[in-house]
Design a protein around this ligand. Structure first.
Ligand code: ADP
Length: 439
């Protein structure tokens, strides 16, 4: 029985050698197509050069489909299709005049996101006599969408103007599978190119910004240098006059002369600020153990008369035996001076300003607080930027250059410390500086 079945089975399913050869050839063809597809996908995925990826993709497709021409179009930012590569069977780039493709098919594929294959476009009932398919004498056309995350990003279009029936469903399916891989590689290359372009733009902007900063610093340095000598002469003579060393002043002369000395002193401080901010940036300044108590006392004494004139109470709280900090006394003095002059400037008459020193862990802590106009929290970061003023308009109420707090931050950080601010609009502000003690 089994013997019989074996015999009959053999006779009914016997494959003729010719069919076997055909089958083997088909399998071999499929195998080499898939191998080629695998290799090109590998090549495409290993490059981030957009031009190279696009050329690889289109040349492989022409080879795969035996098409006469191939085009790859990508949707731009405004949703229009742009030709990216146009190649012929000899891997030559096609020039603009030969871009006579079926727009109807391309637009349809973009809209519907589905591949289209037509074996003889001239007789295809889907295209009317008005279509470019007919007027351009196009015959075989295969068009597949490029898709990234369900979004059509472009199309691949291949055609043959002379032969009909050269593309079949097998080509369409192969090309669709390949297009899905290629679309991701193209998108990656596109993003990489875009990122590189942006990085170059940013580097150029940064270089421009650095150059501007350098020019600004140079301008400040040169201007300060030019102003220093005449200002010293003005201040010197004004002080001689004020102290009666060039003859007794009349009561009417006294007030204007002391106004000149006061303003000259202010201008000198401004030049000191410029010099300090330039010097701390260079990190090549002399340093020694500094007693902040002395610095605070000197600065407070300097402003006591001004505070009284402005109707403000200026108090200091300085504990005995404060540890020293390592630093530059004149830089630290400019730092305290700026915090205090701000507190006095932004506090209306009748208010109070405090200078407090203390120890916090391994740091000396300086607090400068006031009952002034306060600062909105969204300005906390910006007020420490060079030249920034909350109100920088020409009609602003308070004078200044916008360099004070930048100087404070830069001096404090150059000394290994940090500065923070707490404030509420209309309630007042507190600036806290922490500087490491000398061990
Ligand atoms: P300015 O020369 O304008 O004082 P600063 O850099 O010293 O420049 O300060 C920047 C801005 O921070 C000021 O314009 C002001 O708006 C705000 N500010 C600084 N200190 C105080 C304060 N104690 N109270 C209120 N606002 C302040």
């Amino acid at each position: 029985m089994s013997d019989k079945r074996e015999k009959s089975g053999r006779s009914s399913s016997a494959v003729r050698p010719r069919d076997l050869k055909l089958l083997t050839d088909t399998v071999e063809r499929e195998r080499s197509t898939l191998m080629a597809l695998f290799h090109v996908i590998q090549a495409v995925n290993s490059s981030l050069d957009l031009e190279e990826v696009l050329s690889l993709v289109i040349d492989y497709i022409i080879q795969l489909t035996q098409a006469e021409r191939g085009f790859l179009m990508l949707l731009n930012q405004v949703g229009e299709l742009e030709f990216k590569v146009a190649r012929n069977v000899d891997q030559e780039t096609i020039e603009g005049a030969s871009f006579d493709i079926s727009r109807t098919i391309v637009q349809g594929v973009v809209r519907q996101g589905r591949s289209v294959v037509t074996t003889n476009a001239q007789e295809d009932p889907r295209f009317s006599a008005r279509e470019s398919v007919v007027s351009f004498q196009l015959r075989s056309i295969l068009c597949v969408p490029l898709r990234v995350k369900d979004q059509v990003t472009g199309v691949i279009y291949v055609d043959n103007r002379y032969k009909s029936g050269i593309f079949g469903d097998r080509h369409r399916d192969l090309l669709t599978a390949f297009a899905n891989q290629a679309a991701v590689a193209i998108e990656n290359a596109r993003l990489f190119t875009e990122t590189q372009r942006r990085a170059k733009q940013l580097a150029a902007a940064l270089a421009r910004q650095e150059e501007l900063d350098r020019l600004k610093s140079e301008f400040i340095r040169n201007t300060s240098h030019e102003l220093r000598t005449p200002l010293a002469i003005i201040q010197g003579y004004a002080e001689l006059l004020e102290h009666g060393e060039l003859g007794e002043l009349s009561p009417e002369q006294r007030q204007p002369v002391s106004a000149i000395t006061a303003r000259a002193r202010e201008l000198n401080k401004l030049l000191d600020d410029f010099a300090t901010i330039l010097e701390v940036g260079e990190q090549d300044w002399p340093s020694e153990p500094v007693d902040l108590a002395v610095v605070v006392r000197v600065v407070a004494a300097d402003y006591q008369a001004d505070a009284q004139k402005a109707g403000l109470t200026l108090s200091t709280e300085i504990p005995p035996d404060l540890p020293l900090v390592q630093g530059n006394p004149s830089h630290l003095q400019r730092m305290v001076d700026n915090l205090l002059s701000n507190a006095l400037k932004f506090t209306p008459s009748g208010g109070c300003v405090w200078l407090r020193l203390g120890v916090q862990g391994i740091n000396v802590c300086l607090e400068v607080s006031d009952t002034g106009i306060g600062i909105s929290p969204d300005q906390f970061e910006r007020i420490f930027e060079r030249f920034y003023q909350v109100d920088g308009s020409p009609t602003r109420r308070y004078g200044g250059t916008g360099l004070g707090l930048a100087l404070v931050k830069e001096v404090v950080e150059a000394h290994g410390g940090w500065v923070t601010v707490e404030s509420e609009l209309g309630e007042g502000s507190l600036f806290r500086v922490l500087l490491p003690c000398v061990p």
